[in-house]
Design a protein around this ligand. Structure first.
Ligand SMILES: Cc1ncc(COP(=O)(O)O)c(C=O)c1O
Length: 467
């Protein structure tokens, strides 16, 4: 007979029967109890562990019914054949907040697009969530419509009309799982017309991947400090034009009104749509807020927004605003994709907005990001003086630093990494390579002032040998 080495913990919150079951099952799966091993009788194990024999009988019966154990009449209980799994996943050894999810210690990461994660309004959100879960009628716990909750679409359309100049009816809005899902839906929605997309160059690598894996070819258009250089468009009949007009990603330019109008003329003439990604324009530090393009021509512009930057990427809440003729098909695509986004996150967000917390949060965060941005600019100027020039710092959570005489080659990047600081070359996001090899993207949303200072000092300690 095999010793099973079970330990029962009292007062752990886990019932004794469950502990017993888990431990025997785990030992069998991991091979510590092997095929043919005989288990102690229920009486022996009950004596050894000082627990009721009935509990052991119940656990053995359960494990027999699941195929881990077998009984041989008159002989006892044995480990059954085929219940061992090599390299089995042991959930106890993994924490939900496991190491792979925790930031590397002492690495200062200037990754763009991450808001201040420690400033999420947990208390208010939690308070509203408790209320929403308590008061929601039963049907809210069931399957819902693909376009999302009316109360959120209604609140959002009013908010966007007030703050971004969007013109839409709530029925034109579809709540998505972040802007990322919206990009995928758009690719499927507009893909059948033509396989070419007019796109800013650079543009996020992720967006390139989504569109290229949907079969699109790119007609890349270079970008300057005023966004897409529209005079470079020579495509004849594209499926759509993709732009980030309020804060070009990554270079940060704001598309001028002249270029916006040129794009709209082009779209009207060729019958294509403009896809406007308005991902972080709520945080504008100079001048008046820039209105969106959608308000200029709601029939031609598909508008995409997200709550990832103003609240948290973990919510996975974004939205699409469509010209009315595309709405029905896009709702169907959303339904094929995942039925609908999480109802409760939507309801909590709607309430959060209706009670004015979103605008309060944005205004509070804007002050914090403004200080971080100023600190970053100040450190760059102090450390690199006339060797650095800064682009696209008027809005959002990142800026671009251009260095005279430096190329962010693989080797330079390895050296920077070795100094425990992470920065991101613009070249990661270019389609036509090498036009921006002296530029890096520096996200500051999730870094404190001291980290910014230390991060730029580390960067200088590497780059001072490169020019
Ligand atoms: C240009 C751009 N658009 C949109 C997003 C937002 O994506 P999501 O809403 O899926 O988090 C990002 C994320 O970094 C981005 O860089």
């Amino acid at each position: 007979m095999t010793s099973v080495l079970i330990t029962i913990g009292r007062g752990t919150g886990t019932p004794i029967k469950q502990q017993l079951y888990d431990q025997i099952r785990k030992k069998i799966i991991k091979g510590e109890l092997a095929f043919g091993d005989k288990l102690p009788s229920s009486r022996e194990l009950a004596d050894e562990l000082h627990i009721s024999r009935n509990l052991i009988v119940e656990v053995y019966e359960q494990l027999v019914s699941e195929g881990y154990l077998e009984t041989k009449a008159g002989s006892g209980t044995y480990v059954a054949k085929g219940a061992y799994l090599e390299r089995s996943f042991d959930s106890d050894e993994y924490s939900v907040f496991g190491e792979h999810l925790v930031a590397e210690e002492d690495v200062i990461d200037f990754r763009s697009g991450i808001p201040a994660l420690d400033m999420f309004p947990r208390k208010t959100w939690g308070f509203i969530a408790r209320r929403v879960y308590r008061d929601a009628p039963p049907e809210v716990f069931g399957y819902r419509h693909p376009e999302g909750e009316f109360i959120l679409r209604h609140t959002l359309s009013q908010y966007l009309s007030r703050t971004r100049g969007v013109k839409c009816h709530p029925d034109q809005l579809i709540i998505t799982s972040g802007a990322t899902q919206a990009f995928g839906l758009i690719a499927r929605l507009l893909g059948s017309r033509n396989s070419e997309v007019v796109i800013e160059d650079p543009v996020t690598h992720e967006i390139q991947t989504i569109f290229s894996s949907a079969g699109f070819r790119f007609h890349p258009v270079p970008v300057d400090d005023y966004g897409m250089k529209t005079e470079h468009i020579s495509a004849q009949n594209p499926a759509f034009i993709f732009v980030t007009p309020s804060h070009q990603f990554p270079l940060g330019g704001v598309l001028t009104i002249q270029r916006r109008i040129q794009l709209i003329h082009f779209a009207r003439q060729t019958g294509c749509y403009i896809v406007e990604d308005d991902y972080d324009s709520e945080f504008r530090y100079h001048g008046t807020p820039v209105s969106c393009m959608q308000g200029l021509d709601p029939e031609r512009v598909v508008y995409i927004g997200t709550f990832s930057k103003i609240l948290s990427p973990a919510l996975r809440l974004g939205y699409l605003i469509l010209p009315p003729d595309l709405t029905k098909k896009c709702r169907d695509l959303k339904w094929f994709s995942d039925l609908h986004s999480s109802t409760f996150e939507q309801l909590v967000l709607a309430q959060f907005m209706k009670e004015g917390h979103l605008e309060k949060h944005i205004s509070k965060m804007k002050k914090i990001y403004r200080k971080r941005r100023e600190k970053l600019i100040d450190c760059l100027n102090k450390r690199f003086s006339n060797k650095v020039s800064i682009h696209g710092d008027s809005t959002g959570l990142h800026l671009v630093a251009e260095f005279k005489g430096i190329t962010f080659s693989d080797e330079t990047m390895r050296n920077i990494d070795a100094h425990r600081v992470k920065v991101y070359p613009v070249e990661l996001h270019t389609i036509q390579k090498s036009a921006h090899s002296n530029k890096i993207i520096l996200g500051y949303g999730n870094l404190g002032l001291e980290q910014i200072e230390e991060g730029i000092a580390r960067l200088e300690s590497v780059l001072k040998y490169s020019y």
